[in-house]
Design a protein around this ligand. Structure first.
Ligand code: IPD
Ligand code: CA
Ligand code: CA
Length: 260
């Protein structure tokens, strides 16, 4: 792991700088489907990370949002799971809630992770068994142990227009039970907010591996729990993400589990 973390940090430094060069200066925004945006910043960030990895770990697999799987001729020891820009819609509107997110998977587990918001200079890092940090300081999940004392966050997948009533059913169930529900627009930052105790829980369906790979380890290393909506073990390749401070996890499972 010693050799992996410095490379994650280098990727976050350089990809974050690439993203910021385009912040507030986009000439065009493309669409992948009906409501899924992509920009030159997404592409440049991803190219930058892949260039660093091709030098540092040419035999490692890469799963990156914009270019997909690059497994051909690679070993199966390590897979870098990369979201070059999480929160592209926010970024496109100059709303500064976006990040670069990188998780390194080994034998089905994420073993090292980094999430960086280059606008606010907020960086979350975690290594399996070594804890999680926020700008270099150890972090821990929050204390509230009842939904009634919790501020929670969720997101809408890109099929939100087709499945609008389904996603709203979670708001209807959750809203009367909590202090409030946020929708911030970056799943990786949502999970980091749970990890550092700003928020008590995050849930969303139909996220992709690159949305959750880093956040999963950061939450768990900060003492939180990540599962599906029924409390089953989490997989970045699964369809449900529930990340909490652990203390309100069972209550969240009771609310979410009956809706899917
Ligand atoms: C999106 C964000 C958003 C979540 C969407 C994701 P992108 O990622 O994480 O918060 O609700 O489901 O697709 O497209 O900005 O990388
Ligand atoms: Ca994403
Ligand atoms: Ca993205």
């Amino acid at each position: 792991m010693k050799d992996i973390m410095p490379v994650i940090v280098k990727c976050l430094d350089e990809a974050g700088a690439a993203v910021m060069r385009h912040y507030g200066a986009l000439e065009s925004i493309e669409k992948k489907g009906r409501s899924n945006l992509v920009t030159v910043a997404d592409h440049e960030s991803e190219a930058c990370i892949k260039r660093i990895l091709s030098e540092a770990f040419p035999s490692h697999q890469i799963l990156a949002e914009e270019s997909g799987a690059d497994y051909e001729g690679k070993g199966d020891e390590c897979r870098w799971v990369i979201d070059p820009l999480d929160g592209t819609t926010n970024f496109s509107h100059t709303m500064p809630l976006f990040c670069v997110s990188i998780g390194v998977e080994r034998k089905g587990r994420i073993v090292a992770a980094g999430v960086d918001n280059p606008y606010y200079r907020e960086r979350f890092l975690a290594e399996c068994g070594a804890g999680a940090t926020f700008n270099g300081r150890p972090i821990h999940v929050s204390e509230p142990d009842r939904l009634a004392d919790s501020l929670v966050v969720t997101g809408f997948p890109y099929d939100r227009i087709e499945r609008f009533p389904h996603y709203m059913s979670f708001w209807i169930e959750m809203l009367p039970r909590v202090h409030g529900i946020l929708r911030m627009g970056s799943a990786a930052l949502d999970m980091c907010a749970v990890a550092c105790g700003r928020l008590e829980a995050f849930w969303q369906e139909n996220l992709h591996p690159w949305d959750t790979a880093a956040g999963w380890l950061i939450v768990e290393e900060a003492g939180g729990w990540v599962t599906d909506y029924h409390g089953n073990p989490f997989s970045i390749y699964g369809s449900q993400t529930l990340a909490t401070n652990g203390k309100i996890h069972n209550e969240c499972v009771e609310v979410l589990g009956k809706l899917v």
